[in-house]
Ligand binder design. Structure first.
Ligand SMILES: Nc1ncnc2c1ncn2[C@@H]1O[C@H](COP(=O)(O)OP(=O)(O)OP(=O)(O)O)[C@@H](O)[C@H]1O
Ligand SMILES: [Mg+2]
Length: 360
């Protein structure tokens, strides 16, 4: 055995949340539904738009990427493009990405939105392929630039290529307040991803472990403990994976041959809901600053928060700050409550959310 080789890992990368497994146990049914809705596009017929919703870490993104990978492997008539709208949150950014991913050139700056749209239409006419676009975390897009969704929904009026959208969100009701013209062109097939049961979570982690670890390195009870923790902390598979990774690290530090229940127990407290952390890391500017201030407080009124904000980060109006607070509340990063006792005006108490509950 090479010195750099691990005694316990066969392939540590398998435990990465970004790793896309060959098998997604207990999502066969949802995967089939996604594929069936996209399938007509691979024959040049129109695709059905899809809306996928469910709590964090229940395999929504993985299932769509899984289906996309299969279509890319087996059909040259359809082009699938995955976009996380946390990273591409404006029409301009999305349209540019679509043109580039279709294999055509477009400057990233300097053009108007209409010009980029024209490039996209040209690109689609040239490729003649069907286009399936996944808009992951689509609630972000609706909040920031609702119109971009409208542009995408209308795209097939300008080209003959079949175009389908696969939209993903943690929340079921994100379309309730969108403009009527967007609502009327939505026509989505809804696919719910329910939380995994204890047994399902165990099967999923077991499957990952088989590929990640060498034979017999897991003491009995290790997977069950990680499973329990993941389910108790909201059902995100990433929590289970993180427990396994952290326990493995302790095992390696001790130069032990087996990951033991004791190793897992040592790290359980350090592993909480990971989705919130992921979302917080993606925040920028004012919103990042707000979270930084709130993380030092248990609860704070909006007036106090404004004062502290100005002291630390510089000028911003109360109204401007409130807009960002509302957005952070909408995406589940913080909560605010109104005091009823005040006679002169109402007070808003704001605090960070520690453990998000998803109600699907
Ligand atoms: N059925 C499954 N089989 C194997 N791995 C799974 C399964 N479901 C989820 N996972 C794994 O769990 C992790 C999180 O999954 P995924 O990113 O798809 O969650 P999600 O539902 O999109 O969550 P979020 O709403 O937070 O984006 C990934 O590593 C994924 O591979
Ligand atoms: Mg996801």
């Amino acid at each position: 055995m090479l010195e750099s080789e691990s005694k316990i890992f066969k392939d540590e990368r398998i435990l990465n949340p970004e790793y896309l497994p060959e098998l997604l146990p207990h999502r066969e049914h949802q995967i089939e539904r996604i594929a069936n809705n996209i399938y007509p596009a691979s024959k040049g017929r129109s695709a059905q738009n899809i809306f996928i919703f469910g709590g964090p870490g229940v395999g929504k993104t993985a299932s769509v990427k899984f289906v996309f990978r299969k279509f890319q492997e087996f059909s040259d008539r359809v082009k699938t493009i995955y976009i996380n709208t946390w990273d591409y949150s404006t029409s301009y950014a999305i349209l540019t990405k679509l043109v580039l991913d279709l294999g055509f050139f477009v400057q990233r700056r300097g053009l108007s939105k209409d010009e980029v749209m024209e490039r996209l239409i040209e690109a689609l006419k040239k490729t003649k392929k069907s286009l399936i676009v996944c808009l992951d975390e689509v609630d972000q897009l609706i909040k920031k630039d609702e119109k971009s969704l409208y542009n995408l929904l209308r795209l097939d009026q300008y080209v003959d290529n079949p175009i389908g959208l696969v939209m993903i969100s943690n929340y079921r009701d994100i379309f309730i307040n969108v403009e009527p013209r967007i609502k009327s062109s939505l026509d989505v097939e809804e696919i719910e991803f329910k939380s995994y049961s204890l047994q399902e979570m165990k099967d999923i982690l077991l499957e990952r472990c088989k590929k990640a670890f060498r034979l017999d390195v897991l003491q009995e009870g290790v997977i069950l403990l990680c499973t329990n923790h993941a389910v108790n902390k909201g059902g995100d598979v990433r929590i289970g994976l993180e427990c396994l990774r952290k326990a493995a690290r302790i095992c390696e530090e001790e130069n032990s041959d087996k990951i033991k229940v004791g190793h897992v127990k040592q790290i359980l407290k350090q592993v909480g809901p990971v989705k919130l952390e992921i979302m917080r890391k993606k925040l920028e500017g004012v919103e990042k600053n707000i979270v930084e201030l709130l993380s030092q407080e248990k609860e704070i009124t909006s007036t106090e928060l404004h004062k502290k904000y100005v002291e630390k980060f510089g000028k911003i109006t109360q109204f401007g700050l409130r807009k960002h607070i509302k957005h952070l509340e909408g995406i589940g990063i913080l909560k605010s409550k109104v005091s009823r006792k005040e006679t002169r005006g109402r007070k808003y108490f704001i605090s960070l959310i520690k453990c998000k509950k998803f109600t699907t």
